[in-house]
Write a protein that binds this ligand. Sequence first.
Ligand SMILES: [Mg+2]
Length: 173
Amino acid sequence: MNEFWERIKALLRPREIVKDIRAIDFGKLKARGIRALILDIDDTLIPKDVNDVVPAVFEWVVSRKEEGFKLCLTSNSRHPLRVKYIGETLGIPSIFMGFKPLPFSFWKSLEILGAKPEETAMIGDQLFMDTLGANILNIYSIFIDHRKEEEFLARKWMRQAEQWVLSRLRRAS
Ligand SMILES: [Mg+2]
């Protein structure tokens, strides 16, 4: 029985815990042989209730591409247009209604990325979906823990973009 719980605990334990996507050391990931990234969307890249990609997220994605990482958006979202729009804006293939932690969307992502599980990291904010699903397939799991943040980074970026637009609008009127 103890062994069973140990196994469950191991499956739920992220390989890395970070506060936001900016805190991830991609040089270290590369040194581990990781060259592909599966990205959750909601509350990982952008807030769940937002449909726009702010410049900071776009820049983050461009940097990863320049570093040579292949990327795939894998979301449990049931809104295909939202997922497609974000994927196309960022120039990344996307999967919606992924039913994480089931392995199907992870398998599909690996196929799209042309990568093996051991060459891939999954970045997401849901322990029971992103982390568990990745760990089951031996994909390197990075957990975004923004619970303690009063406002987490993706939301802060959104607010900054809003302020930027508002200041432009004010100036124009
Ligand atoms: Mg999420």
